[in-house]
Design a protein around this ligand. Structure first.
Ligand SMILES: [Fe+2]
Length: 314
């Protein structure tokens, strides 16, 4: 049975934790991790934090989606605001997550149990002991300017989360009041979350308003979406089968096949620096060799220093 949970059905929303330096964190568990460590269940929660908090670089043991919900901030060097989707494979470091002066709230979604954040640098040894680790992460942005067609439904794949053959997929969805549709079948991957971020969904005769989180197991078939009287706007996020590698379609290709210009990859999180492309947004011009990149260069995804990169031949 799919799990359908609206914000106003959560028993203890916004459980507050007082953090060092006067910061606060609030956690709202939609699908709570059971106390029993032997129980592998999906996990879904909204984590909110006070202004200017910084969450250090860390990783988890399972694949994970994070969807920015309120406030704003940045993940690594990437600015994020409401709707931004960050997917990270198991054992992929990311961060730091910096909260803006408005604070930041994000929804964390997992198909499996995770014991909690493991921080760098102190947990680096853990990473190095993982066999066949295939780190990878992507930040994708929804498109809610899509216009529902004659059936009152619009669905659009998220750039960065489409074209994968391991089941990884993400979609923006927008529906008019009363419209009906089915979510894409999750059977190819490892389960699916549906987030109702605006409006509401009718489920078993009851209206579930935003924020509603729905978990659909991989064998539960396409979930019926029935938009409420205010329509529906949200995201559909499919997990890939666990343990996949870096998808072929996102593997970088060295632009210069003569071997003149090279490609470097962060050994912690798999971010790629391509000398041919440079990083103009960071002031590093196309064609800049790695040796000429400043020593204080940090990985845009996981903040690792230049020394943590190694050359990868593609
Ligand atoms: Fe990195």
């Amino acid at each position: 049975m799919p799990l359908v949970k609206a914000y106003d059905e959560v028993e203890n929303p916004r459980i507050q934790r007082n953090l060092p330096n006067g910061h606060f964190a609030w956690r709202t568990d939609f699908i709570k991790r059971p106390e029993d460590k032997g129980m592998d269940t999906p996990m879904a929660f909204l984590a909110e934090g006070s202004a200017n908090r910084v969450l250090r670089v860390h990783f988890h043991e399972v694949d994970q989606y994070q969807v920015m919900y309120n406030g704003s901030g940045s993940v690594g060097k990437h600015p994020v605001g409401p709707g931004a989707v960050h997917f990270s494979r198991a054992h992929t470091p990311y961060g730091p997550i910096a909260y803006s002066d408005k604070g930041l709230g994000f929804i964390t979604l997992r198909a499996h149990r995770d014991p909690g954040a493991q921080y760098l640098p102190e947990s680096r040894e853990v990473l190095e002991k993982v066999a066949n680790r295939t780190p990878w992460q992507v930040t994708a942005f929804p498109d809610f300017d899509i216009v529902p067609g004659e059936h009152g439904v619009a669905m659009k794949a998220l750039e960065g989360l489409k074209g994968h053959d391991d089941g990884l997929a993400g979609f923006s969805v927008k529906m008019n009041a009363g419209a009906k549709a089915y979510a894409p079948d999750p059977s190819k991957g490892d389960g699916q979350y549906i987030l109702v971020m605006k409006g509401g969904i009718l489920h078993e005769g009851k209206l579930k308003k935003d924020l509603t989180i729905i978990w659909v197991g991989k064998n539960e078939g396409p979930f019926e979406l029935l938009a409420g009287p205010d329509g529906l706007e949200g995201l559909i996020l499919n997990f890939p089968v666990p343990g996949g590698g870096i998808p072929d379609e996102v593997k970088p290709v060295a632009a210069d096949t003569d071997g003149e210009l090279k490609t470097w990859q962060c050994i912690l999180c798999a971010f790629v620096y391509d000398e041919a492309a440079g990083m103009p947004e960071e002031g590093i011009a196309p064609g800049t060799r790695w040796e000429d990149v400043p020593e204080n260069f940090g990985c845009p995804d996981c903040s690792a220093k230049k020394a943590d990169f190694e050359m990868i031949e593609f």
